[in-house]
Design a protein around this ligand. Structure first.
Ligand SMILES: Cc1ncc(COP(=O)(O)O)c(C=O)c1O
Length: 369
């Protein structure tokens, strides 16, 4: 099977570095927040903001941003209507109320007309598919901006890194991200020293026993571990070279597919994609993924959720036309840096054949006209 995220290949790639790191980590007695975590935070800060707290997942990182600004039950928080559930779940977990916003034509949160009211306490901004949102559209917003940039590591907004926007910014190093670990890991970064102090305590279950033990904050167990930090560091050190290969593969796909009538998700002019996902639009995505699977190629149905329709979240009666389009038609194919030439050719041939059988969505022109 040609996988979306082949972890055995990650292992082969980083093992020479990682085995030296593990030897060091496991021959020491300190496994929480040590030198590998410090190095990890430093390398993450080069992509984000001055201060970084390394944590157990992107979801934990988003939760700690909300805790750091003191989100309370019933506070309204703007968030995207379509994404990994992690973009909304932390709001619900704290008893706050998610107010959903549709995605734009490019599959990222639409910031053009946010429903900000006097009850809005924060806005979680989410870029998807490796593209950036249009940050200029919210430069004057008056509530804290929390950047869920899990899918945006190395993405650019105009000439800047998309991961540098917002009052705080989070990353995910989950197994399917462009700098993966074996499992999940995450980070939250800020330029504000006070917020940084809070984030450290929040990620340590709200207590600080460096001096006298104090409980000063509601927190969670997001403590970084040295072996996971070693994995994250090894991936971050390979990232630039991986991104070169990933970009080459993605540009090749786009070139071939554009000539063969496969509908590739476009990127906006203000965004330089990190090619985290390669997304195409097909008339029937479940059938497309099944036919690809039968030919030995894994696809992701990212995503099938319209958050505003789930009683577990916050049902509303508004319409989300771009969410509906992506829920029906967006599907992602393997595009990682470990694909061989034969595998790339197999993916290209199979996508073209299946696309010729199933066809492209009939409403796609209205989305991009
Ligand atoms: C946009 C987005 N936000 C948050 C997350 C959560 O990250 P994690 O899986 O590390 O908790 C993900 C993970 O896929 C994501 O894609």
């Amino acid at each position: 099977m040609i996988k979306i995220a082949p972890l055995s290949r990650l292992y082969n790639d980083i093992m020479p570095t990682l085995s030296a790191y593990y030897k060091d980590v496991y021959s020491n007695d300190n496994h929480v927040d040590g030198t590998y975590t410090t190095q990890c935070a430093e390398i993450i800060s080069q992509h984000t903001k001055q201060h970084t707290v390394v944590t157990t997942s992107g979801t934990t990182a988003i939760t700690s941003m909300l805790l750091a600004i003191g989100i309370q039950p019933n506070d309204e928080v703007l968030c995207v209507n379509y994404s990994n559930p992690a973009s909304v779940m932390p709001i619900k977990l704290l008893g706050a109320v998610p107010v959903f916003v549709d995605i734009n034509n490019y599959g990222c949160m639409d910031l053009s007309n946010l429903p900000v009211t006097k009850n809005t306490k924060a806005c979680i901004v989410t870029g998807l598919y490796g593209d950036s949102v249009d940050w200029d559209q919210i430069k004057d917003i008056e509530v804290p901006v929390l950047n869920d940039s899990a899918q945006c590591l190395t993405t650019k907004y105009r000439n800047n890194m998309a991961t540098q926007y917002g009052d705080m910014t989070t990353l995910s190093f989950a197994f399917n991200k462009n700098a993966p670990v074996f499992g999940t890991y995450g980070s939250v970064s800020t330029d504000d020293a006070t917020l940084y102090g809070k984030l450290k305590i929040i990620n340590s279950n709200g207590y600080n026993n460096a001096e006298e033990v104090q409980i000063s904050q509601i927190g969670i167990n997001g403590k970084p571990s040295e072996d996971k930090s070693a994995q994250c560091l090894a991936s971050m050190q390979r990232l630039a070279s991986w991104q070169n290969t990933r970009t080459e593969i993605n540009l090749y796909y786009k070139d071939v597919f554009d000539n063969k009538g496969v509908m590739v998700k476009p990127s906006p002019g203000y965004s330089t994609s990190n090619h985290h996902k390669f997304c195409i639009f097909t008339k029937n995505k479940k059938l497309f993924a099944k036919m690809m699977h039968d030919k030995g190629i894994e696809c992701n149905l990212h995503y099938t959720y319209n958050f505003s329709k789930y009683p577990a979240l916050n049902v509303d009666n508004r319409t989300y036309p771009n969410t509906d389009f992506y829920v029906d038609h967006a599907v992602c194919i393997p595009c990682h840096q470990w694909l061989s030439h034969d595998e790339i050719n197999k993916v290209v041939d199979t996508v073209c054949k299946i696309n010729a059988t199933i066809g492209v969505p009939s409403d796609v022109d209205s989305l991009y006209s």
